[in-house]
Design a binder for this molecule. Structure first.
Ligand code: ZN
Length: 120
């Protein structure tokens, strides 16, 4: 079996001090909670993420310093911290694209060297 990526659940919200509830995946009691307060063992959530690659993914929010986004789990179970539900275009590429296409006219009649960029 492939290596299962670990979730980063350092926030206190993931631990319910008041009671254990049956894990939504394996049924055994757990004090752990997902972001949506689903009772779930962390390892069960990690295994579920790995077993469900078709689930909608979440990514780290891009910043100027770190434009590269990283997969942080599924919409259901994901890492703590700022995340986005879609992989945004690399910030540097956005700036480049914006400076290249200043108006719709260029898109309608792309110059020879730009043709590849707009080909379907
Ligand atoms: Zn479990």
């Amino acid at each position: 079996m492939d290596r299962v990526p670990c979730l980063d659940w350092h926030e206190g919200r993931h631990f319910d001090h008041t009671r254990d509830l049956p894990c939504c995946l394996c049924g055994r009691p757990t004090p752990m909670r997902s972001h949506t307060k689903e009772p779930v063992h962390k390892v069960c959530a990690e295994t579920w993420n790995a077993a469900c690659p078709q689930e909608p993914r979440r990514y780290t929010a891009p910043t100027k310093d770190k434009p590269e986004q990283h997969d942080v789990g599924t919409w259901r179970f994901h890492n703590d911290g700022p995340v986005t539900d879609i992989r945004a275009p690399i910030l540097g590429q956005v700036i480049t694209t914006n400076s290249l296409s200043s108006g719709p006219r260029e898109i309608e009649s792309p110059r020879q060297e730009q043709r590849g960029l707009f080909a379907a």
